[in-house]
Design a protein around this ligand. Structure first.
Ligand code: ADP
Ligand code: MG
Length: 756
């Protein structure tokens, strides 16, 4: 259809760039319709539908030696070829007999209509010699090839040698459906390639880049990926397409970064004098900052003194002390007259941040109150679970400027929340906030706020480049010295002695005034799955390991709490629960009680995974630990050993043979280093899980690129993209690239809308 809704005329089609021409015009409606069901509507769609893999061409075999199931190529002369309508079922078939002089072989082709078969019949004329490739089957004692690929000497190839050459090419295998088998896609692609001229193909890769990285032109690459003559063809073409994908993503990110850099922000230079909030805070700090905290602090301090918005990612393992770093940046901004907002992924975490930041600030947070320091500021929590009156007060404090630090979830981004002078936004646990949310924030300040995003998930360098490539990256490599040891053990769930022992052990901890977490993978026994109603994202639970053939009953928060409350070992201990089905207020209350010591043992789901900080918690027992992933276990375990108390973490799981689950748990026993664990995790996981579509938004652009395996390629693409964007930030001299980026961003936005 064209803009007026009428069908496209041939002139309309001819006016379209080749890649946008509809397959209905290039292939005919009948052929194009099933392709459209696969989402392939234009020449570009089809040509970017790359083969999934390549089959070895069949080995040249004598008909006498054919074995059913073998993938073979035979040279034979055609005896007969006839199209018949089938009586038993609708449709037509073509049956041909070929022979090598002594033995015969049947070829069969099926189709709904005889028209398609006539094309074969026309080529398979008696007397002609051809090479036929396919998988041998046995039909009523006769050897047969169904839908063979073939090359006819004198038609598709000049002579037999040339035919052998054609038949020995790698065979592309496409992602296909029952309605559109791979050989049909192969033929459609051939038809489209046949109509494509070099000038029809505009390349988003600038020629200089292609030459310096020795990459095929786009025109060549389309031919080589779909119709390779040898393996090197498709390998080179794939490399080129992977590079192109990486290059477009990197160019998009770097352009974004360059554009943000052109925006104006209010500079908040480091305050002078001892009476600044920051200086007072530093003198009252109960510990010395780690070298990493100091140097990252300086980077941030310099950034927010600039006239352009900071865009920085702070990576640091669990417990590395990111919060202090962020808080010091907030104080610098407040000293300069601005406000800071802190976004947390859950209300529990927001409330906890508010509590601990107020605690760390002490009288510096008592702005406007009796006993406050002279230039003290005010910290407000603004979440959905506040009462209407509390919410009103918090919003008033944000809008009037009375509050220097405003803490909440992404609800802070809603239009109803106004700030007097928002100058810094800190996003905790960034992986739950997308580019779109980052953009929403830009509109919140008088000028564009500085932005600091923090993540505890160690991200491999090129993944960070692909997901956060528009941000500068700082890393905290060490955890503060003097951090207590945490020992980790695997406890066999099927050993009653051990299982009784863990509750005695929990009691010993509690009797020393410490606190214990118990983590379960589900809320109640009737739960289909895990804590799916959590506001934190779904725990990525693993399938039960294959060696446990019996489906096993997973321990639930409700059942276990009941059991523990009745157990003699824990008699008199106060036991609380925390999970996603509680209201935000109930969750917050449970955390506060646990923190205060009124709850001594907390049975919880993974809601506590992120950020929760209770220094007196010294023990964690994780039930069904084999169901959790490495990074999740690492985050969970990060909740203990936060103060100077030595911690113990018990991973309860059935006795396992050597398995991935066992390797995961053993990795946790061996190290607390998040980066080392991330590396083990990567080895055990599939590429797709690493850059889940929800994290990346690059879903449809990244068809071939693999963010781990193609690390070198991504780094090279970034370098090239950097050179180009530096000289031409608006891509005025790189229009094709600019269009490719816009397409990519459109798709990204589309996917975002579909997910939201
Ligand atoms: P995370 O990086 O996981 O968010 P936090 O910022 O919550 O870590 O810090 C973890 C704990 O370490 C907190 O209790 C914090 O007060 C403490 N801490 C932070 N920096 C230091 C330091 N330099 N020395 C000692 N303890 C520190
Ligand atoms: Mg934290």
């Amino acid at each position: 259809m064209n803009a007026t809704g009428a069908p496209l005329t041939d002139t309309d089609v001819a006016a379209l760039p080749f890649m946008q021409r509809p397959l209905t015009k290039l292939l005919g409606t009948r052929t194009a319709t099933p392709l459209a069901k696969m989402g392939l509507e234009t020449a570009g769609d089809l040509l970017r539908h790359y083969p999934r893999k390549y089959a070895e061409p069949g080995t040249l075999t004598n008909i006498a030696e054919l074995q059913p199931g073998e993938h073979v190529t035979v040279v034979a002369r055609i005896h007969s070829a006839t199209v018949r309508h089938m009586r038993s079922r609708s449709g037509a078939m073509l049956h041909a007999q070929v022979s090598d002089g002594t033995h015969t072989l049947s070829l069969t082709f099926f189709a709904k209509r005889s028209g398609v078969l006539r094309l074969h019949e026309d080529k398979l004329r008696p007397g002609r010699v051809g090479l036929f490739t396919g998988t041998v089957s046995d039909y009523r004692g006769e050897r047969q090839l169904t839908h063979p690929d073939y090359v006819i000497v004198g038609v598709d190839a000049d002579d037999e040698d040339a035919a052998v050459e054609v038949a020995s090419r790698p065979i592309p295998i496409y992602p296909a459906t029952a309605a559109v088998p791979t050989w049909r896609i192969e033929r459609c692609v051939a038809t489209v390639l046949g109509q494509m001229r070099p000038t029809d193909v505009v390349d988003p890769l600038p020629e200089t880049v292609r030459q310096s990285r020795t990459l095929d032109t786009l025109f060549d690459a389309f031919h080589k990926i779909h119709q390779p003559h040898r393996d090197t063809h498709w390998r080179n073409a794939r490399r080129r397409f992977r590079f192109e994908e990486a290059f477009i993503v990197q160019s998009a990110l770097l352009r974004r970064k360059a554009h943000t850099h052109e925006l104006a922000a209010t500079p908040r230079p480091l305050p002078r004098g001892d009476d600044s909030l920051l200086a007072q805070f530093d003198t009252q700090l109960p510990f010395t900052l780690t070298a990493g905290q100091v140097s990252v602090g300086e980077e941030i301090s310099t950034d927010i003194a600039q006239e352009h918005p900071m865009q920085r990612l702070l990576q640091g393992d669990v417990g590395s002390g990111k919060t202090i770093v962020a808080l010091r940046a907030m104080l610098q901004v407040i000293d300069g007259g601005g406000q800071a907002a802190l976004l947390a992924p859950t209300e529990v975490l927001a409330a906890q941040h508010a509590r601990s930041i107020e605690h760390m600030l002490g009288d510096l947070a008592l702005g406007g109150m009796l006993g406050g320091a002279p230039n003290a500021t005010k910290v407000v929590l603004l979440t959905g679970s506040l009462s209407t009156a509390e919410k009103r007060q918090a919003m008033l404090d944000a809008a009037s400027g009375a509050a220097g630090i405003i803490i909440g979830t992404h609800a802070l981004l809603s239009d109803s929340v106004q700030f007097a002078d928002l100058s810094l936004v800190v996003v905790d646990e960034q992986h739950r906030f997308g580019v779109e949310q980052r953009d929403a924030l830009k509109a919140k300040g008088r000028t564009v706020p500085h932005m600091l995003v923090m993540t505890a998930t160690p991200i491999p360098r090129t993944v960070a480049m692909t997901v956060f490539g528009d941000l500068e990256v700082s890393t905290l490599n060490e955890v503060p010295a003097g951090r207590a040891e945490v020992r980790t053990h695997i406890v066999p769930a099927d050993n009653p002695t051990w299982m009784n022992r863990i509750w005695d052990r929990a009691r010993e901890e509690i009797d020393q005034g410490r606190r214990v977490y118990v983590v379960c993978s589900r809320i109640s026994a009737s739960d289909e799955d895990s804590d799916i109603t959590d506001e934190s994202d779904n725990p990525q639970l693993f399938e039960l390991s294959q060696d446990s053939r019996q489906p096993r009953e997973l321990v639930s928060v409700e059942a276990l709490t009941q059991q523990l409350r009745e157990s003699a070992a824990l008699h008199g201990i106060s036991i609380g629960v925390l999970h996603g089905k509680l209201t935000p207020a109930e969750k917050d209350e449970a955390m506060a009680q646990f923190s205060a010591g009124n709850i001594q043992l907390l049975v919880s789901t993974t809601v506590i995974e992120v950020g929760v900080d209770v220094p007196s918690a010294s023990m964690m027992i994780i039930m069904d630990a084999d169901r959790f992933g490495i990074s999740q276990l690492h985050q969970l375990r990060g909740r203990i050993g936060r103060g100077n108390l030595p911690g113990v973490c018990l991973l309860v799981a059935p006795t396992m043979e050597e398995s991935d689950a066992h390797t995961r748990l053993q990795a946790l026993v061996n190290t607390r280093d998040g980066f080392e664990l991330a590396a083990t995790d990567l080895e055990l996981r599939h590429e797709g899980d690493v850059l889940g579509a929800s994290q990346s938004g690059h879903g449809s652009t990244l068809r071939l690129l693999r963010v781990i395996k193609d690390a070198d390629l991504i780094a090279q693409a970034r370098e090239e993209a950097h050179n180009i964007i530096e000289k031409d930030p608006h891509l005025e001299k790189h229009v094709v690239l600019r269009d490719a980026i816009d397409d990519h961003l459109d798709q990204e936005a589309q996917e975002f809308l579909e997910r939201a």
